[in-house]
Design a protein around this ligand. Structure first.
Ligand code: G6P
Length: 361
């Protein structure tokens, strides 16, 4: 318990550690408009023509985030749930790079997916937090997210560090792979990344998450919606919420709300609408639709006055590059989950039935 310091829970400590853990993740990797990974020289990925991310849980949501960025950089990309690898993978050969995203580096489902991919000839890369972990030792290459130890079962700072690492890796892979297109505004993207730790600090200092968690505490279900990068953040927001509050929570792509889940929407189902700063119109229209059925809407994202008709309350994040906005929204959602779980007196650091690392398939 001494390790918690001034915090009531490890999870809160780890949420508040993010300005520092993110600084470590970024350190030395985004200089002078270029991405550098200490052990991956330029051209490392020049024979790769397709990338497969495999991951579980929160790491899967970080992989979705990175996967979407890589796909928009012109690289053939799949993001697969590791436990479903065999039944969902497309063709694999020696030009396929399988990227295992795993905080612990010990998740059995993820390790098995890597084994399966490499037995089909794929090359492998582990993106992990733990030096010397099984994933790091067995993959051809390893990139460390450098988030520092995470004790809370519900992953927080490691998600942020994974997403940032994958966004940087995207730039290197897209430079190396024939036909890949690194971001046209790469210098601006990397410059704004340097402000991310400070922006997270601003969110932590000014968040209204506790008041919102309290206001919505006795709801029937909690929904999270988002589009594009915001979709993966919505899924992560819902996962975190159910893991530690034991309340029913689901995440959806904004445009899918009307294709079924809308039947569940009432004034007892608050909806957290994640705005990632790009292509958010779908989130807004669907939030308005749900609001007209009585659902309280909490907008989570950069300040935007046009949201007035589409939200009851707003969890604000500082203005930043659209690639990073979703990560700031996610910090707000981490705080909402934490405060809701605390008000409900749940055992936040060790939720029932869950383990930090699942080493059985
Ligand atoms: C478990 C944990 C989750 C975690 C997942 C993947 O289910 O409870 O929080 O996201 O494993 O873990 P990994 O170590 O592979 O990132």
């Amino acid at each position: 318990d001494a390790g918690k310091g001034e915090f009531d829970h490890y999870m809160l400590k780890e949420i508040y550690n993010q300005p520092s853990s993110l600084s470590n993740t970024i350190e030395g990797r985004a200089n002078d408009g270029e991405v550098t990974f200490e052990n991956l020289t330029e051209g490392t990925f020049s024979d790769v023509d397709a990338v497969q991310f495999v991951a579980c849980g929160t790491s899967y949501h970080a992989a979705m985030y990175g996967g979407q960025l890589l796909r928009s950089a012109g690289v053939r990309t799949e993001v697969l749930r590791a436990s479903e690898y065999e039944s969902t993978t497309g063709p694999v050969d020696e030009n396929t790079l399988v990227v295992a995203v795993t905080q612990s580096g010990e998740t059995a489902d993820t390790l098995e997916a890597v084994r399966e991919a490499t037995s089909r000839g794929a090359r492998s890369l582990a993106v992990t937090n733990v030096v010397g972990s099984t994933a790091a030792r067995t993959a051809d290459d390893a990139v460390y997210i450098r988030a520092g130890p995470e004790v809370g079962v519900a992953a927080t700072k490691t998600y942020s560090s994974q997403a940032v690492t994958l966004a940087l890796l995207t730039q290197q892979i897209a430079s190396d792979v024939p036909g890949g297109e690194p971001a046209a505004d790469k210098a601006k993207l990397l410059e704004s990344l340097r402000d991310l730790p400070e922006h997270v600090e601003e969110v932590l200092e000014s968040s209204q998450a506790e008041a919102i968690a309290r206001e919505r505490l006795d709801s029937q279900s909690y929904f999270f919606i988002g589009h594009g990068l915001g979709h993966s953040v919505a899924l992560e927001g819902a996962l975190k919420f159910k893991e530690i509050t034991y309340e029913h929570a689901e995440g959806f792509a904004s445009g899918q709300l009307k294709h079924g889940p809308l039947a569940l929407v009432t004034d007892e189902t608050p909806i957290f609408a994640v705005y990632s700063g790009r292509g958010d119109e779908k989130t807004k229209t669907n939030a308005i639709e749900a609001r007209s059925r009585g659902a309280p809407i909490v907008a989570v994202g950069p300040d935007d006055h046009s949201l007035a008709d589409a939200a009851d309350t707003h969890l604000s994040v500082p203005d930043t590059h659209p690639v990073w906005a979703g990560l700031l929204a996610n910090v707000q959602l981490q705080l909402v989950s934490y405060h809701a779980a605390k008000l409900l007196e749940r055992p936040i650091d060790k939720p029932r039935n869950l383990a930090k690392s699942v080493t059985v398939e």
